[in-house]
Design a protein around this ligand. Structure first.
Ligand SMILES: [Zn+2]
Ligand SMILES: [Zn+2]
Length: 178
């Protein structure tokens, strides 16, 4: 059985694959993710990103487990402000958000919208719930953490050790204003 998962943007011009299981599957409630998802959702044809309670769902993968097969020339960097260390990369062929990369991070958070309907692995935990002014609508089906969860940070760290502390670079082609 292959442990490779095929992912694509909405129009199919961007084709990629990931190897193995994600480091973690999370919903983030932080101010930055909510602001960015809100802005990216307004791009023409962009898929819905935010859940009813304001979460953005992503799967964390090591960068060396990710391979672009086609359409990488469509990738553009979006930053909340010019000084933002974090970039969010969008496929402009159809305005599908692809991944979030923290500055210096050895992993990327791949947006759930890349998975075919129903194929996304289940959410394991929620992070940064403490950023919400009112969290009463957040379900309690998985652990909700007010900040970044220790388990989440630990999994990221051990995955970096397994990578030999490398940090591959992912090429994009310009920037995007949204
Ligand atoms: Zn596309
Ligand atoms: Zn976030």
């Amino acid at each position: 059985m292959s442990d490779v998962t095929k992912l694509a943007c909405q129009c199919g011009a961007l084709q990629m694959e990931v190897q193995g299981a994600p480091i973690c599957v999370t919903e983030c409630l932080c101010d930055s993710c909510r602001a960015a998802s809100d802005r990216l959702e307004r791009l023409e044809g962009s898929p819905e990103l935010l859940t009813s309670y304001g979460a953005t769902c992503c799967a964390e993968y090591r960068k060396d487990r990710l391979r672009f097969l086609a359409g990488q020339e469509n990738l553009r960097d979006f930053r909340l402000t010019p000084a933002s260390g974090t970039r969010r990369v969008v496929a402009i062929c159809c305005n599908t958000p692809v991944f979030i990369e923290a500055k210096g991070g050895h992993w990327v958070s791949l947006y759930a919208v890349l998975w075919p309907e129903g194929d996304m692995p289940p959410v394991q935990l929620r992070t940064m719930v403490g950023d919400l002014a009112d969290a009463t609508n957040v379900p309690d089906d998985v652990p909700n953490h007010n900040k970044f969860a220790a388990k989440f940070m630990w999994r990221l760290l051990t995955s970096w050790v397994a990578m030999g502390f490398r940090n591959p670079k992912i090429e994009t082609h310009g920037t995007l204003k949204a």
